[in-house]
Design a protein around this ligand. Structure first.
Ligand code: PMP
Ligand code: GLU
Length: 396
């Protein structure tokens, strides 16, 4: 008997997601390189450094000692304490360990937050360009994404007056990402204060994704956590962070958040029925990351700062390429509209014709731009920019 359409029909929410294009194109580029093709891979959403040794040793020791069983769903008590201490000492939050949930990746921290807070009828404001997974997560929850433009002149940060125009009675959540993927925008304290005032006055929640917090490059633009700006905004903020970017631990799958306690409980309940705890011995590594030497983080930041300067200088020299110098994270997001191609076509052709793998801006909400990651060697940066210069020359 043939299987019916009804059996195979997918849920309109969770069954209808698009696969992540960042992960998809990155694996395609890696596979091409493994096949022997000389591709300059500018896709990577992960640092190219190894995880610092003391973190690996702590996890290996835990594994050796038999730390291989379930842990409490929201993470081991000592790790939740260390995360709460980090948020208090470094970010100015006032949270207890009960407000912390450790998850298998910050992606799941964001997903779980959106899933427990938002549903049909709720609006979630996403400033463009946004990290592509936010929009899919909002759709997965059955809520409505409300996109808003940002300007290059504002460093790709939202303008509070424009935000107020987007707020309705249905606004449930604003997703703020600082420093941002893909544009490298970093929010100033004064702008965050204005956003916090709006969130409190109009009574909506803010999800602050601060996973790139350690990677900022300009003293005028230090990282500021919106949740630190007063008790009323802290009560409306979920602060998400993780180990992937700061400690180069993307494969370990470790993220965490601080939320008002009832929300943290709801997120832990969702986690208890979906992923359960983050990997037991990885949590030992996470504890070592937070409590051990921080020098490797600063060394990596300095290396990224140099590469940022190099890639921006080389891209600026390509006629028609309009480059905003990112203030944080490890991506550049130039406007390529002068070349007369949409971002998908540009990315496809730059891979096929110039052997440069980039991510199109379209899934980030901006079809006029492409994303290049500078989490790669200086040689790769030079090779990619040289090839792009030649490729762009053929388009003009
Ligand atoms: N937020 C942003 C903005 C990101 O770029 C990423 C990248 N992976 C994440 C969250 C999730 O990180 P992870 O799941 O590896 O902790
Ligand atoms: N966040 C990274 C990126 O945007 C890694 C891939 C992903 O998780 O989407 O490339």
């Amino acid at each position: 008997m043939t299987i019916s359409k009804r059996c195979l029909s997918l849920s309109p929410t969770l069954g209808s997601l698009h696969p992540s294009m960042t992960l998809g194109i990155t694996s395609k580029a890696k596979a091409m390189i493994a096949d022997g093709r000389d591709v300059a891979n500018m896709c990577a959403g992960e640092p190219d450094f190894d995880t610092p040794r003391h973190i690996k040793e702590a996890a290996a020791k835990a594994l050796d000692a038999g730390d291989t069983k379930y842990t409490p769903v929201a993470g081991r008590p000592e790790l939740r304490e260390a995360v709460a201490a980090k948020f208090s000492n470094e970010n100015g939050l006032h949270c207890s360990a009960q407000q912390i949930v450790v998850s298998p990746g910050a992606k799941f921290s964001v997903f779980a937050t959106v899933a427990v807070l938002c549903g049909p009828g709720d609006e979630v404001i996403l400033p463009k360009p946004y990290w592509l997974s936010y929009a899919e997560m909002v759709l997965a929850a059955g809520a409505t994404p409300v996109f808003m433009d940002t300007a290059l002149a504002d460093g790709f940060c939202l303008d509070p007056a424009a935000l107020e125009e987007k707020v309705t009675e249905r606004t449930k959540l604003l997703v703020l990402n600082t420093p941002s993927n893909p544009a490298g925008g970093v929010y100033r304290r004064s702008v965050l204060e204005a956003i916090a005032e709006l969130a409190v006055r109009h009574d909506f929640m803010v999800l602050a994704d601060e996973i790139y917090e350690k990677l900022v490059y300009e003293s005028d633009f230090p990282h500021v956590s919106i949740g630190s700006l007063g008790p009323e905004i802290e009560a409306r903020t979920i602060t998400v962070n993780g180990f992937s970017k700061a400690y180069s631990m993307t494969g370990w799958r470790l993220g965490y958040l601080a939320a008002p306690e009832p929300l943290a409980k709801a997120i832990a309940a969702l986690q208890s029925h979906s992923t359960s705890n983050a990997v037991s011995f990885a949590q030992a590594g996470a504890l070592a990351a937070l409590t051990g030497a921080q020098e490797p983080v600063e060394e990596m930041r300095q290396a990224f700062a140099k590469r940022r300067d190099e890639i921006c200088r080389l891209l600026h020299a390509i006629p028609g390429m309009n480059v905003f110098v990112p203030r944080g994270a490890f991506y550049v997001f130039p406007d390529i509209s002068a070349f007369g191609l949409d971002s998908m076509t540009f990315a496809e052709r730059s891979l096929e014709e110039a052997n440069v793998a980039v991510i199109p801006g379209k899934p980030f909400g901006m079809d006029t731009n492409i994303r290049l990651s500078y989490a790669c060697s200086s040689d790769t940066i030079q090779k990619a920019c040289g090839r792009l210069a030649e490729f762009c020359g053929t388009l003009r």
